[in-house]
Design a protein around this ligand. Sequence first.
Ligand SMILES: C[S@@+](CC[C@H](N)C(=O)[O-])C[C@H]1O[C@@H](n2cnc3c(N)ncnc32)[C@H](O)[C@@H]1O
Length: 285
Amino acid sequence: MLTLGIDSSPKLSFQAFNALRDIIYARSGIFFTDNKRYLLETRLSRRLEQRSLKTFEDYVLFLSHDTGRENELNELINTIVINETSFFRDQMQLDAFGNGVVPGIIDRKSKEGDRSLKIWCSACSTGEEPFTLAIMLLEKGLHLKGWSVDILGSDVSAVVLKTAESAVYEKYSLRNMPEPYLRKYFSDAGDAYRLNRTVHDLVRFKRINLMDSLQTRQNRGMDVVFCRNVLIYFDDASKRKAIGHLYDSLARGGYLFLGFSETLHNITRLFRPVSFERSVVYQKI
Ligand SMILES: C[S@@+](CC[C@H](N)C(=O)[O-])C[C@H]1O[C@@H](n2cnc3c(N)ncnc32)[C@H](O)[C@@H]1O
């Protein structure tokens, strides 16, 4: 039921909030707790404006029955996700990747005569994370030693992937980037910076929803999977689903990186926590 406040902007009733929460959850695994009702109201009011709808109840109907619902569902998800990221985010974890995980994999695979490295950044937002890994691997000179490196960057949001594919970044995204890398791997693009082709060519992007077993199933035999700073938006059921999909995508002995504040505690016992310096990484048993 509606619902207009004194300022006449549409108000999100409990019923409409519950309906929208269910739609968002089914689509992305992201769960909005009751205290996020106002946040959702603010974020989604622009969607109503764009669709010339007057109430959130109309919006729920649109998302449920309109022929344009598929496009709008994508717009909805693009509007509510948090895309915060940057190059070289959480250096300690990257140290674990560069100094612990990668040398171990290279050592083992070299002995097996396999010179391929497959990495998946599974909620990569605007691309800074997979491009950071590409720069780190270029610095190791793997490509010069006959290794084939394949880095997949994926996200549920098509909008962020467009930015990733353009590979042009504002200074803010580069705030943690070591200065020599900026000179080595970027060129000026007006007020922004364009990533060089050498880095770009190591990374491909694809829209993948971590909740979707058909989409995630296409990725197999990964040596390393990054899934940082997204589980925090999921409830336990969604976390289990996403982690199950990532488990299936990893090769035996492969490694999973979660965000600093994220853990597999109470989610699964299928991984072995391994400490590298001051970071914990999860290894598929
Ligand atoms: C805060 S960003 C984290 C980016 C990067 N991993 C990092 O740590 O810097 C979270 C990303 O997760 C994505 N995301 C949310 N739900 C998702 C889902 N169900 N499947 C795939 N990506 C999802 C969002 O679109 C957003 O770009």
